[in-house]
Design a protein around this ligand. Structure first.
Ligand SMILES: *[C@@H]1O[C@H](CO)[C@@H](O)[C@H](O)[C@H]1NC(C)=O
Ligand SMILES: *[C@@H]1O[C@H](CO)[C@@H](O)[C@H](O)[C@H]1NC(C)=O
Ligand SMILES: *[C@@H]1O[C@H](CO)[C@@H](O)[C@H](O)[C@H]1NC(C)=O
Ligand SMILES: *[C@@H]1O[C@H](CO)[C@@H](O)[C@H](O)[C@H]1NC(C)=O
Ligand SMILES: *[C@@H]1O[C@H](CO)[C@@H](O)[C@H](O)[C@H]1NC(C)=O
Ligand SMILES: [Zn+2]
Length: 358
């Protein structure tokens, strides 16, 4: 046995090339931040024709926030799709989904004419982990696994750490579903966009706002598709279309593994809130802005077991693709068939989630 192992080693070093065989990325495991950063560099290296790593900000703890820009360089002005994962640190299925999403579109790019068409017309901007400091903190030990916020210190006189980044965006900031107590899990910060992570998104997306058709921000849990606005006194001008496309996405999700997703505004199906990135993006003028709350409905909650990563990602991919395809086709091939007739009856099938913050 030992001698055969030794001869294998000799054989490998003799052939040279096989000596530095690389470990395949396991998309069905949760990965700590350094592995995700390495994976991003590897994806860029493996697909130099379509993938670029773009650095666009810094966290409170001075880590570089980066995204993967995916699309064919056509030399033309392109439309764009935004996706961010991991704005809430403990929602580990979200970064896992962004990794899966990137792999799927890169695979489809080789095999699927529709994806080839979309990658000609669109650039995908995917941030696998936005709240990097918080995500790293949840990997520290069991006591920190359920951390939600970023890691910036509270104002003087308050000893608690962290701002809820999804209450910190400049959209009806500080008005509802927030706390001004810095110890709260929904502390919205000193002022709108006070946090470097929120500033990074605000600047990057804000400076290209005409390009973005979709803004998809990925969370867990609850199996929800949330549309703007979180403030009950405001209604999105394209509410009916957002609802219809959202219901179509929920149908697409259900067809994969039979899971039910509920579609609606945050106050209608979860709780009212302000300062979310979804609302901010819609107010900026990005038409298709959604929050995905992935699996499950509370059995495991934020600690979704690894054996559910694959089905959770498969179904959510189908839902995301429905929204992206709709937005693409509406922009690039004129009219899109609508099916408003069934809308209002489906609206009634609204589920209820508990009080946990997603
Ligand atoms: C952390 O929690 C897991 C599961 O709850 C347990 O198996 C493990 O022993 C814990 N580790 C520590 C260091 O407490
Ligand atoms: C904050 O922490 C300091 C040092 O640990 C302590 O002296 C002070 O009483 C704390 N303040 C509050 C408001 O808890
Ligand atoms: C928030 O947005 C409003 C309206 O666009 C703008 O006037 C204000 O300066 C922004 N505030 C911050 C802190 O960015
Ligand atoms: C929403 O509008 C109602 C009626 O104008 C008002 O009473 C209420 O305070 C508003 N809610 C919020 C959260 O501003
Ligand atoms: C989804 O909802 C339908 C209709 O309410 C129900 O029959 C079905 O069992 C649900 N599926 C799951 C997986 O909960
Ligand atoms: Zn969340």
């Amino acid at each position: 046995m030992l001698s055969s192992v030794l001869s294998l080693v000799v054989l490998l070093s003799a052939t040279g090339a096989a000596a530095v065989e690389r470990v395949e990325h396991d998309y069905y495991k949760y990965h700590p931040m350094p592995e995700i950063t390495d994976w991003m560099a590897q994806v860029e290296k493996d697909h130099p024709d379509v993938v670029t790593v773009v650095e666009y900000g810094q966290t409170y703890e001075k880590r570089t926030i980066s995204l993967l820009k995916i699309g064919l360089n056509t030399g033309e002005e392109k439309k764009a799709i935004w996706m961010d994962c991991g704005i809430h640190a403990r929602e580990w299925i979200a970064p896992a989904f962004c990794q899966y999403f990137v792999r799927q579109i890169l695979q489809a790019h080789k095999t699927d004419p529709k994806m080839q068409e979309m990658l000609k017309n669109l650039d995908f901007y995917v941030t696998p982990v936005l709240n990097m400091d918080g995500y790293i903190y949840t990997w520290k030990d069991n006591g920190t696994r359920l951390w939600r916020k970023n890691r910036s210190p509270g104002p003087s006189g308050c000893n608690c750490t962290g701002v809820d980044l999804n209450r910190n965006f400049n959209a009806t900031w500080g008005t509802i579903g927030v706390s001004f107590d810095c110890c709260s899990n929904i502390y919205c910060g000193r002022q709108a966009a006070s946090e470097p992570e929120a500033q990074a998104v605000t600047y990057f997306v804000g400076s290209r706002k005409e390009a973005f058709l979709c803004f998809l921000t990925i969370h867990s849990y609850g199996q929800l598709l949330l549309l703007p606005y979180g403030h009950p006194n405001f209604t999105a001008s394209n509410y009916n279309e957002l609802m219809e496309v959202g219901l179509g996405a929920a149908d697409a999700i259900r067809r994969v593994h039979g899971m039910n997703y509920t579609v609606g505004t945050s106050p209608a199906v979860l709780y009212p809130n302000s300062g979310s990135s979804r609302d901010w993006a819609r107010m900026l003028g990005i038409p298709f802005s959604y929050t995905f709350e992935l699996r499950d409905k509370g059995t495991f909650g934020f600690e979704l077991p690894e054996d559910q990563i694959q089905p959770a990602c498969e179904e959510a991919y189908s839902g995301a693709l429905h929204i992206i395809t709709y937005a693409h086709d509406k922009t690039f091939s004129g009219a899109v068939a609508t099916a408003a007739a069934t809308l209002w009856t489906m609206l009634l099938a609204v589920g209820v989630t508990g009080n946990t913050l997603m």
